[in-house]
Write a protein that binds this ligand. Sequence first.
Ligand code: SAH
Length: 335
Amino acid sequence: MIGYDLTGRTALVLGADAHAAAEVGALVDAGATVTVAAVRRQGLGEQQDTCAIVDDLAARGLVRVVDVSDADPSAFDVVVRPRGRRDAPLRSGPGRVTLVGGGPGDPGLLTLAGRAAIETADVVVADRLAPLAALRWAPEHAEVIDVGKIPGGRSTGQDEINRLLVDHAKAGKHVVRFKGGDSFVFGRGGEEAIACAGAGVEVTVVPGVSSSIAGPALAGVPVTHRGLVQGFTVVSGHVPPGHESSTLDYAALARLGTTIVVLMGVRTLPAICAELVRHGLTPTTPVTVVADASLPSQVRVRGTLETIDERLRTAQVGPPAIAVIGAVADLGGLP
Ligand code: SAH
């Protein structure tokens, strides 16, 4: 989606900070096999200066991180040195915050309004699931702050993120809060909007293409289908059924007759499927799971409430992934 095809080519990115992450994302999107050369952080032993976004790509096997001293640029087809920062232009007047939903990962699925916001950003506060290649559209002076939240890994607390947004806006900056999908679908965008408004900071929302609909679509699954199902229900699988902080009524879900879309549910899917069967859904109800939707690493696994768990384990599917449960998951004639 960025205009070049690097399929089968090797690329080296010199640097692993949040600026480099933009180049890494673009190269992965272009089909290159990407190696990231990280610089060892002074005074912190063996720790390398990689941002959470690059760490996450490495954990998902999408890039390889090496120490800069082990990287021989002449061994690569393409070598990228992320551009340096320029000084910010002088601006007067109050700053503002734009909450941009970035879509499921492919920069081509970012809206035009989202791109326009990034093109005028002074500060971009980015999550790991945001389409990284789109960060290249930020002005050269823009500061990219990586607050990637990795399941079970390093993260920046929500209070800290809210504070970053408010403080930079109060310093007169245009702050883009950039995250995956739609900011208001399990994205905590509501909390950020309330925090900004409460601090007297102007906030605009640019809706995004939510992975809850785009993920199934990219796996060839329509969440509704005339004559088959008249609605869809999106739920979080962050906690399993019966967990003290679960508020979902699985008996009602099983009765609803809508497609059920589960986000954040790779770990809990076996328990969710079992609970839906316990409440009356037939064990042969089709289930499709799509991981890394819209990215070169996208995979789709099909099964039923009964078989999906084993199939996911065989295919070694990890997050981010979406499960679609219901007749649409197995429609004949789908791509
Ligand atoms: N605001 C986001 C959802 C954030 S919750 C949206 O509207 O899409 C994070 C969950 O979204 C992940 O655990 C996964 O279930 C889903 N997700 C996000 N991007 C995805 C992708 N590219 N492929 C599959 N699932 C994705």
